[in-house]
Write a protein that binds this ligand. Structure first.
Ligand code: HEM
Length: 139
């Protein structure tokens, strides 16, 4: 299991198990609980955020991150817009915060995917690694 398509499939299956897991408060809300409590800097960035909307847009965005691995033009356009939004001129998200973002997300996956294991973790890291590297490089 070392090619990106297999990783994308494993990522996608795991992501669906997470989203479908009825455990409160729900996968994406739980992610923001964990992420915001990981750092005061992160919590401050989200102090005016509407989390109903935020979880909705993140849900789609994670699929775009997966598609951007294969260079899908629509996904690349999404990633470019997202990178500009997070860059120092706009939201000013320091590159180090993406490591916290990924750690928080993986901790949430561990809680919500009943079949979480080392291979699932590798798949999430590979699939999101591309988009994260891109966003960091556009800071
Ligand atoms: C690859 C990782 C990330 C992805 C996929 C992502 C995705 C998104 C998306 C889809 C939005 C909404 C854009 C819109 O309104 O159209 C957003 C907004 C935002 N993101 Fe990220 N993000 C990532 C990393 C981070 C990190 C590391 C931080 C650090 C604090 C962060 C902070 C924010 C903030 C403050 C907003 C604006 C929230 C608001 O509207 O109040 N993001 N992000």
């Amino acid at each position: 299991m070392d090619n990106i398509e297999q990783h994308a499939e494993q990522f996608n299956d795991s992501y669906e198990r997470c989203i479908e897991n009825p455990k409160p408060p729900g996968f994406l809300h739980r992610f923001y609980e964990i992420f915001l409590s990981s750092s005061e800097e992160v919590a401050a960035k989200f102090k005016n955020t509407d989390f109903e909307r935020q979880t909705r847009v993140l849900k789609a965005s994670l699929y775009y991150m997966m598609l951007s691995c294969n260079g899908s033009p629509a996904a690349m356009a999404h990633l470019q817009r997202l990178a500009r939004l997070h860059s120092r001129k706009q939201l000013d998200i320091r590159p180090e915060l993406y490591d916290l973002w990924l750690t928080s997300l993986l901790q949430t996956v561990r809680e919500y995917d009943p079949r979480f294991g080392q291979q699932t973790e590798v798949a999430w890291r590979h699939v999101l690694g591309y988009g994260i590297a891109f966003m960091k490089s556009r800071y």
